[in-house]
Design a protein around this ligand. Structure first.
Ligand code: FDA
Length: 306
């Protein structure tokens, strides 16, 4: 049953019709649990609250699979506005973004130009931009663009690697010479078993393997998970191998395992929360439901409340 619901949410996450409708009608169906608000200032207020608890953030103006150049330009402008707002308000937050939001499917050259515009602002404010990793179809192009931008912008840019992909270990070996700052995740999209481990325990095992490999290479690791076993494993591993707390951080998503976020920050670890906002919340919300179909309980409650 859980498997069926997972697939159903993954299928729904790609519906352009539902996405358009969701944009019109605002945050609904319990999406507020995972999305900080539709406006930038609402998200900045959330970051301020997190900062007060010793938690840092990465803001993400939601958007993906942009269909027109006008939308891509608008997304790029929003990313820049977000960086400017972070600097103006002094909140502690990076920026996360998706390349398809900046028109990767329309024109890689245009997307690259938008990335440079965004990174110029990030560098001006000594901030950091991380490229999220999307579905497999965009994986190679995303890695290519990261390599180019890493050469140009150094430490101002980071990437995400997904443990469910067979190719990720090899990608990390090839990326190692760039000394990349990587966010390591299990992976959130529906992929075929020709490219991704089909079983959860295989993904979990590869996740630990990639985390250890990256830490051993001495590169910065953002370990993004809510999985308590992985977090405990990492805590023991860094202690046993003398890896300094400045070489890694934990990351979680807004609205998930909130008490654990606080606990890790209180224990002295860098804890960064991914704070998504904006009206293009539908695909992101469906992926959160697919990860844990038990979340449907929240939808039902919110339906009865409204
Ligand atoms: P797992 O799915 O095993 O969950 C462990 C436990 O965490 C669950 O038992 C449950 O208690 C809790 N949990 C997990 N998901 C939940 C949810 N949606 N609702 C409620 N509880 C939940 N993926 C990707 O492909 N590209 C990317 O760029 C990113 N970026 C990213 C940033 C950050 C900061 C995080 C934390 C995650 C991502 N992801 C991602 C998503 C990632 O790939 C993965 O899908 C989720 O983190 C869920 O996997 P866990 O590691 O949490 O483990």
């Amino acid at each position: 049953m859980e498997h069926v619901m997972r697939n159903a949410f993954m299928y729904l996450s790609k519906s352009r019709f539902a996405n358009r409708a969701a944009k019109k009608y605002g945050l609904r169906f319990g999406a507020k649990r995972f999305v900080a608000g539709e406006q930038l200032m609402e998200a900045v207020a959330v970051v301020r609250e997190l900062n007060a608890k010793g938690i840092v953030a990465t803001l993400d103006h939601l958007g993906e699979f942009t269909a027109t150049e006008a939308e891509a330009a608008e997304s790029a402008a929003y990313c820049i506005q977000t960086l400017e707002m972070i600097a103006a308000t002094g909140v502690k937050s990076h920026l996360s973004l998706k390349l398809t939001q900046l028109g990767l499917d329309l024109s890689p050259a245009l997307c690259l130009q938008y990335m440079r515009n965004i990174l110029n602002v990030a560098v001006k404010h000594r901030n950091f931009v991380r490229i999220d990793m999307e579905d497999y179809a965009h994986n190679e192009a995303t890695i290519r663009m990261f390599k180019q931008l890493r050469e140009e912008y150094g430490n101002a840019i980071g990437l995400v690697i997904q443990a469910y992909l067979y190719k990720s270990e090899q990608d990390m070996e090839q990326l190692s010479k760039y000394r990349p700052n990587l966010r390591l995740v299990k992976g959130a999209y529906k992929e075929s078993s020709t490219v991704a481990f089909p079983a959860k325990d295989q993904v979990d095992a590869n996740f630990l393997k990639l985390i250890e490999m990256h830490l051993d290479q001495g590169h910065y690791a953002a370990i993004a998970t809510h999985d308590e076993r992985v977090i405990q494993h990492v805590k023991h591993y860094v202690k046993a191998h003398g890896i300094p707390v400045t070489q890694y951080e934990f990351q979680m998503l807004y609205g998930i395992r909130v008490q654990d976020q606080r606990r890790l920050a209180d224990e002295g670890y860098t804890m960064r929360v991914y704070v998504p906002f904006g009206n293009d919340w539908y695909g992101y919300f469906m992926r959160r439901l697919a990860e844990r179909p038990a979340n449907v309980g929240f939808i039902l409650k919110s339906l009865f409340k409204s």
